[in-house]
Design a protein around this ligand. Sequence first.
Ligand code: NAI
Length: 387
Amino acid sequence: MIVEPKVKGFICTTAHPKGCEKNVERQIEYVKKMGSFNGAKKVLVIGASTGYGLASRITAAFGMGAATIGVSFEKEATGKRTATPGYYNNKAFDKMAGENGLYSKTINGDAFSKSVKDEVIDIIKSDLDKVDMVVYSLAAPRRTTQDGETYTSALKTVGEAFTQKNWNLRDNTIGEATISVADDNEILSTIKVMGGEDWKDWISALVSADVIEDNAVTIAYSYIGPKLTYPIYHEGTIGKAKAHVAKTAEEITKEYDDKGIKAYVSVNKALVTQASAAIPVVPLYLSILYKVMKEKNIHEGCIEQMYRLFHDKVYEGESVMIENDGMIHVDDLEMRQDVQDEVMDTWEKIGSDNLMNLADTEGYWMDFYNMFGFKLDDVDYAEDVEV
Ligand code: NAI
């Protein structure tokens, strides 16, 4: 069938198989161009199908030559409905890994469940013996725990409501968005879903099954960002969950000290992904940030970030590069003073009348469409494709 984008606000309900394949190919080409390096050899990526997890998997495989196991939760195509982009990305990744002689296995299922953890452990036992790196890159709306309780995460503030400028993606106007205050239950639920508990469960399960190497490295991703977005992010419900992730990193490292397992948090740059596009206020910040960083020639996408993380910060130096707050930072360019000064200056001035000039709305939408496999060069969108 002919697949076209169907966009509703911050979500696109279709995905193009060939476009998604192109996206994966582009990222592989980038890593190949940057060159191979020594690092982990057997890598498990949880949340491997899109965004930072996919870029991590590509860097592990095509940069470090690692065998990879990827876990993600994607939907297959049914009838006239296309599959989700991550589904096509996984297919493309497995195909290209195979063509390049790289081991890859992809599990589609709920990473929070015990059954998926058991399945992954069985695969490691039979195919790889042990893994030496675990990337935890989940961004999920809800989680059902072992006892059958389901928690739903909330994107809300903690303390008081927050009103800020907001880009209305439906009609390209600048208005205001008010983000309401979370109650205790919503804070707790967000920590349950996006905090570090499940990350630790994974490491404990891998250790108990003896399928993780001594001195293995595990990394989870976080975001801090500018003061402007603190109420909705860093100090909001999601920020509380991220604080829990940071605390969990310390706990994992301490608990498995005898095995030398080290858990790190990497603070990454703000980028358009399915997870970030859903947060109010953030898309406007992103499109201004894109403009400023592109003008300064320091803009990066997921793959540039993950290559820099693995190559520069984790594996190439004498030791892992941790900043004063105990975390790895690849948000350094985003947070540079001159970048933030310009972003804030623009933020003050921006309105519906000058939005197109002051922000990189085109770049934002390009990333958005590309994420679903649309608007990529070298893809014939008039062609009938198998979904
Ligand atoms: P994404 O939405 O592109 O990827 C989420 C991944 O999680 C997908 O592979 C999806 O299939 C998987 N997933 C979701 N629920 C699952 C489940 N129940 N079982 C198995 N897999 C499941 O998100 P993105 O943006 O790449 O986020 C990954 C991490 O990076 C998150 O921790 C996020 O907070 C963090 N991060 C994101 C930034 C951004 O600007 N996008 C900035 C800094 C950190």
